[in-house]
Design a protein around this ligand. Structure first.
Ligand code: NAD
Ligand code: ZN
Length: 260
């Protein structure tokens, strides 16, 4: 029974994709859990083991102890990220690009898995930056995250800039840090002009990113939410699919191909 309902929903979304020209896919940590990267809020996630207050941007800037904790956590996260491979959900999104249906992916993730799955770089808007690069906060010199990991693994607890001695920080957006202006503006514009907006694996609680589904609805687009648990936008969605992103997106894209 449950599977029949899911099957009908898959069919409905496949038809919506066939009718759409400008799909915007919005992804959160849930699109990558099947790749072995845990989300932050679920049990066993990073926030079970670390205190988010230790990762406030202002604390990172002002306290060497916070920087040390930050790098310890980020080092653990980095090792998980480099081992992770894209899953069916990431590949399904690439299929949407191949069908020339995809306007862009707006992601809260910092794991680079959409690009690794083969999505064009210029199709990805990274709202929270990327953990593949590290920036000097003073002279803005850019380092690869891999190079910095080598330093951490040699025993350096807090890395600093070779050029100017400035504070180094992964190119991600921390709590308390301003959202990137260009990416946020672009994401809002794309959301408003989408004709189909698909949320995959986000609890939709982190602002302002979580406003995007609302912009899409205001612009007249249809809204589909694929998530393991309910979100506060479910009642505004045209279709809500409850389950695993990889499984559901795989089924949806297979159905589109059958019909197309
Ligand atoms: P979140 O942890 O708040 O929510 C993730 C959602 O995905 C949850 O509602 C959960 O039920 C759902 N989910 C988990 N596994 C799923 C699956 N297999 N299929 C479908 N749904 C699934 O994450 P968020 O809303 O993305 O926000 C957390 C913040 O932490 C983001 O800003 C993000 O930048 C960051 N983050 C990134 C990564 C990453 O890059 N992979 C991982 C963890 C956290
Ligand atoms: Zn510097």
């Amino acid at each position: 029974m449950k599977d029949r309902i899911l099957d009908e929903q898959v069919d409905k979304v496949a038809n919506m994709i066939l009718d759409a020209d400008r799909i915007v896919v919005f992804t959160g940590a849930g699109v990558s859990t099947e790749s072995g990267i845990s989300d932050f809020r679920s049990p066993g996630g990073l926030w079970d083991r670390y205190d988010p207050n230790d990762f406030l941007y202002q604390r990172f800037l002002s306290s060497p102890e916070s920087r040390e904790k930050y790098w310890e956590m980020n080092s653990e996260l980095y090792n998980t990220l480099v081992d992770a491979k894209p899953n069916r959900a990431h590949y399904a999104v690439v299929e949407l690009e191949k069908m020339e249906k995809l306007d862009c992916v707006i992601t809260q993730n910092i794991d680079n898995l959409h690009q690794e799955a083969g999505l064009s770089d210029d199709k990805v808007i990274e709202l929270h930056g990327t953990n593949m690069w590290v920036n000097c906060l003073d002279c803005h010199k850019r380092y690869s995250r891999k190079e910095i990991q080598e330093r951490l693994e040699k025993g350096i607890k807090v890395p600093y800039c070779d050029e100017c001695g400035g504070i180094l920080k992964p190119a991600t957006i921390s709590f308390g840090q301003a959202m990137p202006y260009e990416e946020t503006r672009e994401a809002e514009m794309r959301s408003r002009s989408s004709d189909l907006f698909m949320v995959i694996g986000s609890s939709l609680v982190v602002q302002p990113a979580a406003m995007m589904p609302m912009y899409a609805k205001e612009g007249g687009g249809k809204l589909v939410i694929i998530n393991m648990e309910s979100t506060s936008y479910d009642r505004n969605a045209d279709v809500v699919l409850r389950g695993k992103a990889g499984d559901i997106m795989g089924r949806i894209v297979d159905r589109v191909k059958c019909k197309g």
